[in-house]
Design a protein around this ligand. Structure first.
Ligand code: NAD
Length: 505
């Protein structure tokens, strides 16, 4: 099966790729040069209804399959995805603009590994031990699928986000309708087709390509959907939770971030500089865990700023399909202009632009970058803690660096935004690192690194970064519900406790 053939349409419903019946045609654009990658027809609300109906029809058989059978299917899926690695990487790069080396070495192998992990996890769904807790009954716990999951995902890591949403849901026996971001639907469609290729029954995994306000709102409000799992921005997450609450659906929200990067004065400065460049520029900074606020203890501050600025200038912008390109464009021209707006406004309120701060003209490979949505790595200093670039999610290759004096101050500043997704602390002192990991309010705190993720460990936020965990065994808790089953063991008609309701002992 050629996973890259989108000619039949951009909806994947009941095991078939079909055309949406929404009225407006939509173009998936390559942000590296503005060319059209794929023209699609978006989903109408009727298409969403059809996808939910397909997921409901597939539910009894899939939820009733043995964990071993679901695990086998996921293992086959992992092999299909691995076999399509080159196509997945190329399509991911063409729809997002991310460098091919990132797609090839991070997005695709991460997805394959995640699939293999959930194949194993599907067989490890445990409940509590059974027992006679009242003396007169045997109790046990069943962990059951929830039903149809309606999932909405963002454009920054389309393939990985599809995997993070689909895999734990189906490993636990649910069926799913995923609505990827309309800008980047192609690798989610490829993932769904790969599911069919792997023998996962029709209707277990459905993808509707549509707009947030149309298909997205219809999906998360749908009475046939039992749970909503969302990854995206905090304002849209709030709206999704509001819509889902009308029918009391379970919600799982992975929202925005504004990760601090705290460098104490005993840190390995060179490691911190390299870590800040990689941690802030990964995926052009369009990563919810990217380093965005570097707080540097005063003795290291000047050297850190100079070191990061120098490395930022050496980063190779260019054609994302060139394997030597470090940094591609942002996902769209609109988003690039939004990032530029943050930087322009910061200039207006007196920021120092220590590196970048503009769109580039030519790439390292001679590419004309003015045709794409490029932005140079930008280092900002000299702003206040309450300024927009420190508090707001820019989601671009922009790092702010600010000095601090005492450890208390550094940790206080790290916690001083509404977000709490990820953070890092840089120190060689065990006590400082223990304090930082304890006091920073975030779902993940790295020590002497920033970014790595692994399938076995949970990913998810504190505070306005949402709740619920992706990846790891913890995510299976999200996609299952717990049932207490209680058996009478006395076989007595007139039970002792009845007297609390009628009669005497
Ligand atoms: P977004 O919130 O604009 O859109 C996310 C998804 O929601 C898209 O599919 C969009 O079509 C849909 N949507 C928009 N309005 C909707 C509505 N009213 N009802 C239902 N669905 C709607 O986010 P984005 O710009 O695609 O992605 C960037 C954001 O995602 C950033 O804030 C980033 O931090 C966040 N993100 C978070 C994580 C995490 O794990 N916490 C991971 C990746 C991205």
């Amino acid at each position: 099966m050629d996973l890259t053939d989108f000619s039949a349409g951009a909806q994947y419903i009941a095991g078939r790729q079909i055309r949406g019946t929404g009225e407006e045609p939509f173009q998936v654009v390559n942000p590296a040069d503005g060319t059209v990658v794929q023209q699609v027809t978006l989903a109408s609300t009727a298409d969403v209804d059809a996808a939910v109906a397909a997921a409901r029809a597939a539910l009894p058989e899939w939820a009733g399959a043995t964990p071993g059978a679901r695990s086998e299917a996921l293992l086959r899926l992992s092999a299909v995805l691995a076999g399509a690695a080159d196509d997945l990487a190329r399509v991911e790069t063409s729809q997002t603009g991310k460098p091919i080396k990132l797609s090839t070495e991070f997005d695709v192998p991460g997805t394959v590994d995640n699939t293999a992990f959930f194949a194993g996890a599907a067989r490890n769904l445990e409940g509590k031990a059974a027992g006679e807790y009242s003396g007169d009954h045997t109790s046990y716990v069943r962990r059951e699928a929830i039903g149809v999951v309606g999932s909405v995902s963002p454009w920054n890591y389309p393939l990985q986000m599809a995997a993070w949403k689909i895999l734990p849901a189906i490993a636990a026996g649910n069926t799913i309708v995923l609505k990827p971001a309309e800008l980047t639907p192609l690798t989610s469609l490829m993932f769904a087709r790969a599911c069919t290729e792997a023998g996962i029954p029709d209707g277990v995994v459905n993808v509707v390509t549509g707009a947030g306000r149309g298909a997205g709102e219809h999906l998360v409000s749908h009475p046939g959907v039992a749970m909503v799992s969302f990854t995206g921005s905090t304002p849209v997450g709030r709206r999704v939770a509001e819509l889902a609450s009308a029918t009391a659906k379970r919600t799982h929200l992975e929202l925005g971030g504004k990760a601090p990067f705290v460098v104490f004065d005993d840190a390995d400065l060179d490691a911190a500089i390299h870590g800040a460049v990689a941690g802030s520029l990964i995926n052009s900074g369009q990563d919810c865990t990217a380093a965005t606020r570097a707080y540097i203890q005063r003795p290291l501050y000047e050297a850190f700023v100079a070191g990061v600025a120098e490395l930022f200038e050496s980063v190779r912008l260019g054609d994302p399909l060139n394997p030597r390109t470090d940094l591609g464009p942002l996902v769209s021209f609109t988003h690039r202009d939004r990032v530029a707006g943050f930087v322009e406004r910061a200039r207006g309120y007196g920021a120092v632009i220590a590196a970048g701060g503009h769109a580039p003209a030519k790439g390292h490979d001679g590419t004309d970058l003015t045709r794409g949505a490029y932005w140079r790595p930008t280092l900002i200093t000299g702003v206040a803690q309450d300024s927009e670039v420190v508090q707001g999610e820019i989601f671009g290759p922009v790092l702010v660096a600010l000095p601090f004096d005492s450890d208390e101050e550094g940790l206080r500043l790290a916690n001083d935004t509404p977000y709490g997704l990820a953070a890092s602390a840089w120190t060689r002192d065990i006590h400082r690192s223990l304090r930082a990991t304890r006091e920073i309010a975030a779902g993940c705190v790295w020590v002497n690194d920033h970014i790595p993720i692994i399938s076995e460990m949970p990913h998810g936020g504190y505070k306005s970064s949402g709740y619920g965990k992706d990846m790891s065994q913890y995510s299976l808790d999200e996609y299952t519900q717990v049932k207490h089953v209680m058996y009478d063991t006395t076989a007595v008609a007139r039970k002792d406790w009845h007297r609390t309701v009628f009669g005497d002992r």
